[in-house]
Design a protein around this ligand. Structure first.
Ligand code: BGC
Length: 565
């Protein structure tokens, strides 16, 4: 081959690769947060004041109340009226009563102070060119008691302002209605184990739709139920009851989601467009050895299918394999019926089809094998007594700072293919995927490599497996309260200075990478852009750092094939 031919071939490959590595036009790039993790303002807006008439107020210069110890009270006690402001969520209560359980005794009382600094959040989202920003509504911020008897107008306005500001920047608000901020009263009444929560959640969702459905077009009703149903009840985060609670919660979550969906369909869809789903999953399960393939499939049905099959499958109801297993296991334990509560025929129909797309939170992959004698595990971290299975991290996986989230990029492609195989050719929005670091460090090259590797797999899923993936939301827009890890584990594209009361947000290298990717919609070009950013922002260039060039030989070959060279 002459050098000229080689030169032309290389040039063509370059152009073609750039083209093939482009994300399709309908694919949207975004980032996510959740209310407790960023908002702060945990007891904001509470006041005591007189039931005032305008004329009474008019005689005073500012307001009719005087402040005392953070609350406000009127000088005439007989006419005091409490304006409750934000109520307490179970996380507010948990962190205050269990400070020793959170890294460095942290709380989310102030967090990234997004309750006051939301304009900053919109600014940084716009700076990166995000196409969507996913945030969640703090239930007791809008309904202080958890019920519709009181609405906190100030809290409701907060989200309204945020939505307007995002839209003004051309950023689509994607709203999660529930990301684990349950009002305390509802937990005290049994939380997700109480069937009445189905209607209570429906009432809350209706209030949220009434407030924002004119402007919000993409909704996630409930975030990662497997976390708060299976994981929380198994470890005893708020209440330990691994026998029944995970499965009661499972059923009530599906009914609550479906109730919200049906409310939207009946009362709001005639007026407003909107797409609704619930976000699921978190991990992909691989067989530890070829003989564990069947067990791996059971594992997938247990972690993903239990929350998805009733909605997305043609038949509805629980995945058959899990229903069968749970019944025989429960009978063997001496119960008269399955601990996985049955759906009635009407309930199956009510839940079936209540999603307009599949929302996937994917972080990691675990390997499954049969449990050996004496091994017991907690679903979904280390195993399952019902499946008699043990879960372990993949060999040779790499890690961020969170060791329970091994990095295993091919897992996301397999999970996407599985969803398509199980539930048909449905649109899939990746609502979360992210990498954890620790300490103050703007040079997060490991995060960039993580993003590139996972996004390469997403691209292969779209281009080679023909899966309809319609977007990708990085967890997270900025560093936030990472639950029991406090502020130690950082997932942010933007670093938040938690030593500074202004909670300054500063872009990490990954924010530059993401901005460039969004602008060019190509991983190949994004890699090159990053090098340009490096020379521009010298402070970001650490000595001897290299960024893995994306596009291995295999990927290039596949893409070239699709480019029909
Ligand atoms: C949750 C987030 C959490 C993230 C990282 C996701 O499962 O939705 O709230 O911060 O994982 O652990």
């Amino acid at each position: 081959m002459t050098s000229l031919t080689l030169f032309v071939l290389c040039g063509l490959m370059h152009i073609c690769r750039g083209h093939s590595e482009k994300f399709p036009p309908n694919f949207k790039f975004g980032a996510a947060t959740s209310s407790y993790q960023v908002e702060g303002g945990w007891d904001a807006d509470g006041v005591w004041s007189r039931a005032l008439t305008p004329s009474h107020c008019g005689r005073r210069p500012v307001s009719c109340s005087v402040p005392l110890m953070g609350l406000y009270y009127d000088d005439d006690e007989s006419s005091h009226k409490e304006i409750r402001g934000k109520g307490q969520s179970i996380w507010d209560r948990f962190v205050h009563e269990n400070r020793d359980k959170i890294a460095n005794n942290a709380t989310g009382d102030v967090a990234a102070d997004s309750y006051h600094l939301w304009r900053e959040d919109v600014r940084i989202a716009a700076e990166m060119g995000l196409q969507f920003y996913r945030f969640s509504i703090n239930w007791p911020r809008i309904l202080p008691t958890g019920f519709v008897n009181e609405i906190n107008e100030v809290g409701a306005k907060y989200y309204s302002d945020l939505i307007d500001a995002l839209l003004a920047e051309g950023i689509e608000p994607v709203v999660t209605i529930y990301h684990w901020e349950m009002p305390v009263k509802i937990l005290d009444l049994g939380g997700w184990a109480n069937p009445l929560i189905v209607d209570w959640f429906g009432d809350f969702a209706r209030v949220v739709f009434n407030l924002y459905a004119d402007r919000v077009k993409t909704w996630i009703t409930i975030n990662e139920s497997v976390m708060f149903c299976d994981y929380f009840y198994n470890i005893g985060q708020f209440y330990k009851e691994p026998e029944f609670a995970p499965f009661l919660c499972n059923k009530h979550v599906l009914l609550a989601h479906a109730t919200a969906y049906r409310i939207f369909e009946k009362e709001f869809r005639p007026k407003y467009e909107g797409r609704i789903s619930l976000s699921n999953s978190v991990i992909w399960i691989e067989p530890a050895s070829p003989k564990d393939k069947q067990l791996a499939e059971l594992g997938r049905e247990h972690v993903t299918g239990r929350y998805s099959h009733p909605i997305f499958s043609k038949k509805g109801g629980w995945p058959h394999s899990i229903e069968k297993l749970m019944l025989s296991y429960s009978l063997k334990q001496g119960y008269n019926q399955s601990r996985l509560p049955a759906f009635t025929k009407d309930e199956i129909e009510f839940v079936k089809g209540t999603a307009d797309f599949f929302a996937l939170n994917h972080y990691s992959t675990l390997m499954i094998r049969p449990a050996q004698q004496g091994e017991s595990g907690k679903w979904f971290l280390s195993g399952s007594p019902e499946l008699n299975a043990f879960l372990k991290n993949p060999p040779n996986a790499s890690y961020g700072v969170a060791h329970d989230l091994p990095v295993y990029p091919t897992g996301i492609r397999r999970q996407l293919a599985w969803i398509k195989k199980r539930y048909g050719d449905i649109d899939i929005l990746i609502t979360e995927n992210g990498f954890s670091t620790t300490g103050y460090n703007l040079e997060d090259y490991d995060r960039i490599n993580f993003m590139k590797k996972y996004l390469e797999q997403v691209l292969l899923s779209i281009k080679v497996d023909n899966v309809s993936v319609i977007g990708f939301g990085v967890w997270s827009l900025m560093d936030n309260f990472e639950w029991l890890s406090g502020y130690k584990h950082k997932f942010g594209l933007y670093e938040v200075d938690y030593e500074n009361e202004k909670r300054t947000r500063t872009p990490r290298a990954s924010a530059y990478f993401y901005a460039c990717l969004i602008k060019n919609r190509s991983l190949h070009i994004a890699g090159e852009c990053l090098h340009m950013y490096h020379s521009k922002f010298k402070r970001l260039v650490p000595n001897g750092t290299t960024i893995t060039q994306n596009g291995g030989v295999l990927l290039t070959a596949v893409l070239l094939f699709f480019c029909k060279l």
